[in-house]
Design a protein around this ligand. Structure first.
Ligand code: EPZ
Length: 423
């Protein structure tokens, strides 16, 4: 297993490119299953999760061709050979569940392995199943698979109110309802930019959808969907992650293509912490206003609230802030695994249930640490950038799921960071 060696090296300066959104691409790719015609995605990120989704779609008989070094994905599913998503792929990536809705809508049948839990929580898929039932499907759970069957004549439009906001279940519902007969109304739907991006793509394919970005989305089912070419929206989580690099180290960095509208709540917290964020025609220019960062409290919420996927990274900033910060994680039940690793670097953090209390220290000290999940791994790298001495982040296969070329991107800003090949 590879590791990443980071050495604290002072302020960072320059421009950093931001890739297409992993979490948009992971729902846009299964959308190809809805149509016989080609769907082409541009601005796709080069990540291991995208390669896993490619393998999954190919296992169903879809054609997925990566071009232009993986930034363009040309897909077609005019001749699928299977409607069964096998466990050995699904267990690697939970987003595999997003083939359920499209397969059910287009073919009336799907067998999808249950994804199982993951490091940050149990992450059940009950809402995915319930919303398919609201569209008339029968869901039968056996031998670790969901066996889903649409009624004769296909899925029927229906009404469903999500008891809690679920990004993935909203995405599955949108794709399934696009081909259901009749009207579907989703209430308490997710409002993330990735949801809006999916709807914009489905609309190019001929779907009739209104209300994306609000809690109520209405879908008029159509008989068939066509092909499209769609540009994947900018990755707001990669954006927020790299905005924190100059915040933690000092200096001035422009995140190319960034827009405040993708991260309003996050930018407000940075402002309160003493970090300036200026939207320019190139992207978001980020710098410390003056002196030490100030401690701020954070509560993670569904969009437009503070993103749970930036909680670990924000905690790294709070470790050397002036004062005490309380971070409350309200989306996942076990998303503070980076805390004990940051403590190894001298951070002062107390975790009680869903709350982490961070008392800022002057400076962290480099140490060997363990990446436990995708966002925790990059939180440790951010901490290492500003720490005194060397930090070796182990198990960085988590990192490669969600961040392309971290070493190159940060080295270009003046960071001392390199990948150490595992034995
Ligand atoms: C998406 O996961 C993202 N992944 C996650 O990003 C992100 O953290 C999450 O949304 C929240 O924003 C992708 O888009 C591929 P949810 P998803 O359904 O859809 C519970 C990353 O780091 N729930 O919105 O799985 C669930 O356990 C990843 O890029 C149910 O109880 O998240 C969680 O507590 C991590 N039943 C809450 O809802 C269900 O059927 C929100 O989950 C579904 C979810």
């Amino acid at each position: 297993m590879d590791s990443i060696l980071v050495t604290g090296n002072g302020p960072l300066n320059g421009d950093i490119p931001i890739a297409g959104a992993k979490n948009a691409c992971l729902t846009l790719m299964p959308a190809t299953l809805l149509s016989e015609e080609p769907l082409t995605l541009t601005n796709a990120p080069r990540l291991s999760d995208i390669r896993t989704m490619t393998l999954l779609l190919q296992s169903l008989g879809a054609e997925v061709t990566a071009m232009h070094e993986g930034k363009v994905l040309a897909m077609s599913s005019h001749a699928l050979t299977s409607q069964r998503a096998e466990y050995d792929i699904v267990r690697k990536m939970r987003a595999s569940i997003l083939v359920l809705g499209p397969l059910l809508a287009r073919f009336g049948y799907a067998e999808v392995s249950l994804p199982g839990g993951c490091a940050i929580g149990a992450r059940p898929v009950d809402l995915h199943l319930k919303v398919m039932e609201a569209l008339g499907a029968e869901m039968d759970l056996r031998d670790g698979y969901v066996h889903a069957k649409a009624p004769t004549g296909g899925l029927r439009g229906g009404a469903f109110e999500f008891p809690i906001v679920s990004v993935g279940a909203t995405e599955n519902a949108l794709m399934a309802a696009s081909l259901a007969k009749g009207t579907t109304v989703l209430k308490n739907a997710a409002r993330e930019p990735e949801i809006v991006d999916l709807v914009e793509c489905l609309r190019k394919m001929g779907a009739q959808i209104e209300g994306e970005g609000t809690p109520t989305i209405t879908i008029q089912g159509v008989d068939r969907l066509g092909g499209a070419t769609h540009r994947v929206v900018t990755d707001r989580i990669e954006l927020g992650t790299y905005m924190l690099a100059p915040a933690i180290c000092g200096g001035e960095v422009t995140c190319l293509g960034g827009r405040i509208s993708l991260l309003q709540a996050f930018c407000e917290k940075l402002d309160a912490a003493g970090i300036s964020v200026e939207e320019t025609d190139k992207g978001l220019k980020v710098a410390r206003k003056n002196g030490r960062v100030k401690a701020v409290d954070v509560v993670t919420e569904p969009f437009p609230g503070f993103p749970t996927d930036l909680q670990a990274q924000m905690m790294a900033l709070m470790c050397t802030a002036e004062g005490t910060s309380v971070l409350e994680e309200k989306i996942f039940e076990n998303r503070f695994m980076h805390a004990p690793e940051l403590t190894r670097m001298g951070a002062r953090i107390e975790v009680h249930g869903g709350h982490a209390t961070v008392t800022g220290v002057e400076r962290l000290k480099g140490a060997p640490v363990m990446a436990t999940d995708l966002r925790a791994s990059v939180s440790l790298i951010l901490a290492g950038l500003a720490a005194e001495g060397e930090t070796m982040v182990n198990r960085v296969y988590h990192l490669d799921r969600g961040y392309e070329n971290v070493e190159e991107k940060l080295s270009a800003l003046g960071a001392r960071i390199e990948r150490v090949k595992g034995q």
